[in-house]
Design a protein around this ligand. Structure first.
Ligand SMILES: [Zn+2]
Length: 142
């Protein structure tokens, strides 16, 4: 299981409110997070990248159950971190919520949801961002 990607995710927790990607007009490859130039087309693609709002649906490629959490996340353990392939193509790492840890499966369809990421007890600040939850039909089948 790809633990390296998970660790990297926690070092740079994205405080993003929307899943904005961009797409190369030359080869149609989609990038998330957005890139200034396409990896395939390189300099030719500069100025030809178009923003794209992702629809927030995808499927789980792999996942890890987290039993030890970084500071301020202890209350949430155990929880699921998954690599999700979005319908538009890019892969992202996100926490899976509203799912029992023994019910998560590779290939499970998930959708974006907007959740509290962390609460800073010192300043009272609350951080929000995207997480993913199983699409309803998964739950019916399980
Ligand atoms: Zn391209």
């Amino acid at each position: 299981m790809g633990c390296g990607g998970v660790a990297r995710f926690w070092r740079e927790i994205p405080q993003r409110y929307n899943l904005i990607a961009n797409r190369c007009n030359l080869c149609n490859k989609t990038f998330f997070p957005p890139k200034e130039a396409c990896r395939n087309c390189r300099r030719k693609s500069i100025g030809k990248m178009k923003d794209l709002q992702l629809n927030g649906k995808g499927k789980i490629i792999t996942y890890t159950i987290i039993h030890t959490a970084p500071e301020n996340f202890e209350k949430q353990i155990p929880y699921i971190i998954a690599i999700i392939e979005l319908e538009e193509g890019p892969r992202i790492t996100s926490q899976i919520v509203d799912c029992d840890i023994d019910k998560v499966k590779i290939g499970m369809k998930v959708e974006q949801t907007f959740r509290k990421i962390n609460e800073d007890g010192y300043t009272g600040a609350i951080y929000y961002g995207y997480k993913f939850k199983p699409l309803k039909w998964n739950l019916i089948k399980l």
